[in-house]
Ligand binder design. Sequence first.
Ligand code: GTP
Ligand code: MG
Ligand code: NA
Length: 459
Amino acid sequence: KTKNGGNLRCPIVCVLGHVDHGKTTLLDKIRKTRVAKREAGGITQHIGASEIPIDVIKRVCGDLLNMLKADLKIPGLLVIDTPGHEAFTSLRKRGGALADIAILVVDINEGFKPQTIEAVNILRQCKTPFVVAANKIDLIPGWNSKEMPFILNFNEKNQHPNALTEFEIRLYENVIKPLNELGFEADLYSRVQDVTKTVCIVPVSAVTGEGIPDLLMMVAGLAQKFLEDRLKLNVEGYAKGTILEVKEERGLGTTIDAIIYDGIAKRGDYLVVGLPDGVLVTRVKALLKPKPLDEMRDPRDKFKPVNEVTAAAGVKIAAPDLDKVIAGCPIRIVPKDKIEEAKEEVMREVEEAKIEVDDEGILIKADTLGSLEALANELRKAGVKIKKAEVGDVTKKDVIEVASYKQSNPLYGAIVAFNVKILPEAQKEIEKYGIKVFVDNIIYKLVEDFTEWVKKEEE
Ligand code: GTP
Ligand code: MG
Ligand code: NA
């Protein structure tokens, strides 16, 4: 038995929805963090992760928990934040596939948008149950929004009749109706009789905090219910995970931040990493856990060393030889006799995620496999040919390679790089060969800048 209460697996909750409908802000409100405010371009461009412990859920929900018919036995929730920008379909798919349950965030005033529909289709495909957070209710004309359960604020005493009418119209037109059109029964959560047949809609405001108790109560209750049904409550076997980020840490060298979505990771076991050009096997020197309620990507506090980590969880891993490892790669943490099995698994996963390239074209670089995939897809949509796609900084070798692409077509003498650095050694070569390099930390800006350049060059 593990310390998180008898081998109960912590459910993974994926937050999905259209760009700017409020996913990150909603999590910020729950965590009391300010992640959304610090994001480049105001958009999320990576998968994030944070743990919400059960005592926080119980405290926030208070008496609302009586609405659930069962006691909460889960140790908490591992919440995965995803980008809503259209470029990041692959990250949404990965998030949706990892999740036990999802929160679909919809701006109740804007209604369903392309990535809302895409998210529903991903969830349908993965058979992932979901609740809808109908966000931004504070913007409903006349709505008196307060930091309290929605269910206690939704009445004629607290709201003007016109505001209640506006709410009902938006709820129906912008959330229920589009869900019906996609083949889902849906209703305000308090009106739902059977949660296995009808999608529950929880009105919330990420700004005022209204409805967050209702949302956490529904998500925790549903996660527990669906996990029990799927008999996925017990954790056993070796750890399976995905790398979120590769980071230098003082005193630890190169470390990886990962999500463990299944099994148990033990210090001293072997870390098996699937890479685009092979498999790395190394030994786990340290496992470090982020503080509860911290976003792993942007933590407020130091990580704490532990001997073992039980899924689902975020974890920092220190081990030798991690400098060639890249974000987005699959990992396993296994005892010695399982190394071969783990190698085969990660190799299969890497093969499935490979980016197709053209016979000729430009070179693209990005900071993670997920963003590289997103960048490649966006450039393809714009008709751009890609000869090579790699994770990592722009090196001298890259520039020399692109100089050879340029000989066949001047428009191929370009590097498009997302969220990485141009190494100093590469700078001289860029000038020498007249290579055009586009670097930005906002993915759609890169695509715009590059296609604009091509247009100008063609004139
Ligand atoms: P991506 O990750 O880029 O897809 O966006 P997101 O869904 O995470 O949205 P984000 O949290 O970045 O919020 C987008 C904007 O909406 C920000 O300016 C937020 O302050 C604002 N916002 C989010 N939730 C609410 C809300 O409930 N009410 C109001 N008034 N504004 C909100
Ligand atoms: Mg976001
Ligand atoms: Na945003």
